[in-house]
Every structure is written in C-alpha cells, then in structure tokens.
Ligand binder design. Sequence first.
Ligand SMILES: CC(C)(COP(=O)(O)OP(=O)(O)OC[C@H]1O[C@@H](n2cnc3c(N)ncnc32)[C@H](O)[C@@H]1OP(=O)(O)O)[C@@H](O)C(=O)NCCC(=O)NCCS
Length: 181
Amino acid sequence: MKIIKGKKILLRPREMKDVSYIVKWYGNKDLMMYYGHEKYRVTEEQEKKHVLGLKKKDCEEESFMIVTDDDRVIGTIGFDKNECNRYVGLYIMIGDKKFQDKGYARMAINLMLEYIFKEKTFFRVELNVSEPYKKALHLYESIGFKKEGVRRKAGWNKIAKNYENVVVMGMLKDEWLKNKN
Ligand SMILES: CC(C)(COP(=O)(O)OP(=O)(O)OC[C@H]1O[C@@H](n2cnc3c(N)ncnc32)[C@H](O)[C@@H]1OP(=O)(O)O)[C@@H](O)C(=O)NCCC(=O)NCCS
C-alpha cells in the first residue's frame, strides 16, 4: 500500500496511531446510522487486531485514512478485495463531521478509483447502500456508479432497529475510463 496524493487531500494506509479515530467514529450513532452496522461500537482491542491484520501480505482488505493538506485526519476509505473475480467492495466515512458536505468524500472516492482501476487492475467496484441514505445514493450516482438492484430488507439497522432495503451500486473499469475522458 502506498500514499495516494490528491490536490487537497491524501490517502495514507491505516496505522496503529489511527485506532482512536476509528473507535470514536464507529461509536458515533449519527455516523454509523447507515454504515456497516456490524461495525458499530468497535473496541480499541478489536481495532488494534484489525490493523495488525491489514499489515499481513495476504490481507483481503486495504484501508486508508483521509488526511487534509493541513494534516487533519478526517475520515477513512478502503475496500475488500475479491481477487478471484477481480472486483472490490468500497467503503468510506468522513468521520469528522465538520468536514462533511465539503466535497471531501467525492475527492477521496475519485482518488481511490484511480488507484483501484489503474494501479490494482481490478475490473469492478461495488457499494452497498442503505436505501434511506439519500445523500450517499446521490453522491455515488453523481460520481458515476450505477444502481444495479435492490436487496429487499437485507440490512438490519442496529441503531434504527429496523430492516432496510440495500441498494447495490457498481462501476466498471470501462465506464470509469469513459467518464474520465
Ligand atoms: C456519505 C459520506 C461519506 C459523504 O461524505 P461528504 O464528504 O459529506 O460528501 P461530499 O461533500 O463529497 O458530497 C455530498 C453530496 O451529497 C449531497 N447531499 C447532501 N445531503 C443530501 C441529501 N440529504 N440528499 C441528497 N443529496 C445530499 C451534497 O449536495 C453533495 O452533492 P453535490 O456535490 O452534487 O452537491 C458522509 O456523509 C459519511 O461519512 N457518512 C457516514 C458514514 C457512511 O454512512 N458512509 C457511507 C455508507 S454507504
């Protein structure tokens, strides 16, 4: 894994020093409302173990911290790899709420797509989005992800305590190349 530099942010690999950010953000109900609920309330011990796992050569996940040009750690982005079928499942969180709605997620996703498609040679990126999360749906569609289907009541929302439809969104390398030009 490497440092990925953009104009206003960079993405650097998640390290042990980032454990406190993750524990704090993953314990925040607002941030976690529509984010992989099984991760809600991660302990320091669990996250330390996770970071150790990320360093292993055969790890099926790559995880980065989103850092501004004045060195503030504002979020995390990464993906789970399906090497066999050459696709990844993307995740993102802008954990510092002051930095939401300022275009940082868009910047981070665009950098990540460049890395995934150009350097890692995957062919497809997918996302699972809770249907009520209109902001995320808008963001991903405007970046070029396509809605591919709805998994009915496939997500148990631990916070809202209900089942939600999950929208599957995807982008293919060809589409990404076409959008870029
Ligand atoms: C989803 C998330 C990553 C977006 O990050 P962000 O930095 O605020 O996003 P951006 O500023 O890049 O883009 C937000 C876009 O949504 C739009 N938006 C904001 N609120 C909206 C709403 N209620 N409905 C529709 N669109 C909305 C903004 O106008 C902007 O679009 P535009 O650039 O076309 O104007 C962030 O809110 C987050 O971390 N959420 C908690 C974790 C999470 O749930 N992650 C995603 C799981 S799928």
